[in-house]
Design a binder for this molecule. Structure first.
Ligand code: HEC
Length: 105
């Protein structure tokens, strides 16, 4: 195998890997959003936001603001610990919450 082929192979593998990381993050977000065991109150995000209820305006917030809101709901509404804003879990929840965002008029 020549060097170009090897380099190409590595590029393709890295691309596939990046995809593999991206796809589950949305499903992880959904799992967390619907989990009633994150906090002490026996509630999930979906208890108060079924099918994204009340989340249509999340497009008004940037990622930093939205992560703070998610943490506020985690702490106050669910009785959970805050999660680190650069954790995989937070990014997964952010990605999932963004799926409820309505297109701007
Ligand atoms: C006990 C009910 C309750 C639970 C559980 C809850 N929330 Fe909320 N959430 C609210 C209320 C009330 C608001 C503020 C009023 C509104 O905009 O609907 C809000 C607002 C938000 C917003 C801002 C929406 C906007 O456009 O202003 C986001 C994002 C959000 N919640 C995400 C979550 C996530 C993620 C979870 C799970 C960790 C969660 N919420 C759990 C009640 C809840």
């Amino acid at each position: 195998m020549n060097k170009t082929l090897i380099a190409l192979g590595i590029l393709i593998m890295t691309g596939l890997q990046a995809q593999a990381i991206e796809a589950p993050s949305l499903s992880l977000g959904k799992t967390l959003f619907e989990s009633a065991v994150l906090g002490s109150k026996g509630k999930s995000c979906a208890s108060c936001h079924p099918q994204g209820k009340g989340l249509g305006m999340v497009g008004d917030f940037n990622d930093v603001e939205l992560k703070d809101i998610i943490n506020a709901c985690l702490r106050d509404a669910i009785g959970a610990e805050l999660i680190s804003t650069d954790s995989q879990e937070m990014n997964a929840m952010l990605a999932y919450v963004r799926t409820f965002q309505k297109a701007k008029q």
